[in-house]
Design a protein around this ligand. Structure first.
Ligand code: GLY
Ligand code: MN
Ligand code: MN
Length: 438
């Protein structure tokens, strides 16, 4: 599919307008550096999400400079053409082709950046920069500022403020545009297919990594570039380890398998968890806890609509879970006492969701001026209640090592929400039915 650069240009224009409304200045937004994995071999390259959101440009060694003002400008600094390097590493746009393909006003060689900043920053009121995230860039921006200060005798003045550009972009990234929603939907559909494939693969005697391989196979064969995060394929007691990533255990009859896995597609993440019995049939205690987590998720999803508090879903899920833990004999006392004391946290110790987008735990504050944010159409969030029951004194043995999380991705719509991961089997009946196909 040819790249549609219009949404990226529109985002640059919006950020420039926001900068101008804030008093004007110049933004400096670098992409991510390449990182060595061992001696001379790099990790698979992943661009910086802020940079990509504004450029669609995927090469390393690139910086976007935005100059706000009466005649706003976007300038890309990138690698030059280099036939020798292109023979080894592949195609590079070079400034001219990049300007044309991605719609920048100007493009220049990355080697000119430091010198050019001296000119671009002169007589500007502010530098917009990702303050404090990369020491290397804090130093380079400070050096650029000092170069302008050194020219003071020529009559120019240096920016008086350094402002955080990410907080401005975060507000934009919280509300997904049409292009982002389309990509998130495609990523969700690929990941749903991967979970279906995993349900058809898992059985006693199979290793967790064999299921992980099926997930990766399904991601890649549909064009996803990589998993959005390390896949969790956690059977038996491992399901109660929240960030388990070894994925090397051999699954046994009677185990539950918790899979938290989602692909990244064109920069956008999906994030799905399903928990199901390796045997293909839930045991009584497994089913009881599963139905409880499912009810908690339904309660949270029912709270997702424009105007609702970010925290409403978590509060609803927590009440359902806490009451369920009491009913199952895992906790004693009243619901209010369990909520008040936080005793339910023995079995549910994380929150019910997070923003989702270019980053799996996406950009954007959850509170504004100390109050939970209210949802608006275009927000995308996960809904992921769970129950993790480790062996412990006072915990009925029938529930030991049951670890369940059910996670879907929700788009806030005008009237409620749309579960974009809906193609992932979720009811007990649907899971048992797909596993019966093995
Ligand atoms: N997979 C990361 C999360 O669920 O937050
Ligand atoms: Mn999540
Ligand atoms: Mn997840």
């Amino acid at each position: 599919m040819p790249l549609d650069i219009a949404p990226f240009q529109a985002r640059r224009a919006r950020l420039l307008a926001t900068m101008q409304a804030a008093g004007g200045g110049v933004a400096i937004i670098p992409t991510a550096p390449e990182r060595f994995r061992n001696r001379d071999t790099t990790h698979p390259y992943r661009f910086d999400s802020y940079f990509y959101y504004l450029t669609a440009f995927r090469e390393p060694e690139a910086v976007l400079v935005l100059v706000a003002g009466a005649a706003p400008r976007s300038i890309l600094f990138c690698r030059t053409k280099d036939m020798e390097r292109e023979i080894w590493d592949g195609y590079r746009f070079g400034p001219d082709a990049a300007r044309e393909a991605f719609g920048f006003d100007e493009a220049r060689p990355i080697a000119e950046l430091d010198e050019q900043l001296g000119t671009l920053l002169a007589n500007q009121p502010a530098i917009f920069h990702s303050v404090g995230y990369e020491p290397e860039w804090d130093r380079r921006v400070a050096d650029a500022l000092n170069r302008v200060r050194a020219q003071a005798r020529t009559g120019c003045h240096a920016p008086g403020q350094i402002r955080d550009v990410r907080s401005l972009i975060d507000e934009m990234r919280l509300v997904k545009d049409v292009a982002e929603i389309a990509t998130l939907r495609r990523a969700a559909a690929i990941s749903a297919g991967a979970h279906r494939r995993a349900m058809r693969t898992a059985r006693p005697g199979v290793h967790e990594y064999e299921v992980e391989a099926e997930l990766i196979h399904e991601f890649r064969r549909h064009g996803s570039q990589a998993p959005a995060y390390s896949s969790i394929v956690a059977s038996g007691p491992n399901a109660c380890v929240l960030h388990y990533v070894e994925n090397d255990r051999r699954m046994q009859d009677g185990d539950l398998l918790l899979i938290d896995a989602g692909c990244e597609l064109d920069g956008y993440a999906s994030d799905i968890t399903r928990s199901f019995p390796v045997s293909g049939r839930f045991s009584g205690p497994q089913k009881a806890v599963y139905e409880l987590v499912l009810a908690a998720q339904a309660a949270a999803i029912a709270e997702i609509r424009p105007g609702a508090s970010w925290d409403a879903g978590h509060a609803a899920a927590t009440r359902v879970l806490a009451q369920g833990f009491i009913d199952l004999g895992l906790l004693s006392g009243s619901l209010d006492a369990a909520i008040e004391s936080g005793s339910y946290r023995q079995f549910y110790m994380h929150r019910t969701g997070h923003w989702l987008g270019l980053d799996v735990h996406d950009a954007g504050e959850y509170k504004v001026a100390g109050e939970w944010r209210t949802l608006v159409p275009g927000n995308v969030l996960t809904v992921e209640p769970g129950a993790y029951i480790r062996p412990a004194a006072g915990v009925p043995e029938a529930f030991w090592n049951i670890g369940i999380r059910i996670e879907d991705d929700a788009l806030v719509t005008a009237s409620g929400c749309d579960i974009i991961t809906h193609a992932t089997p979720k009811s007990v009946a649907d899971i048992e039915a797909i596993m019966a196909e093995r």
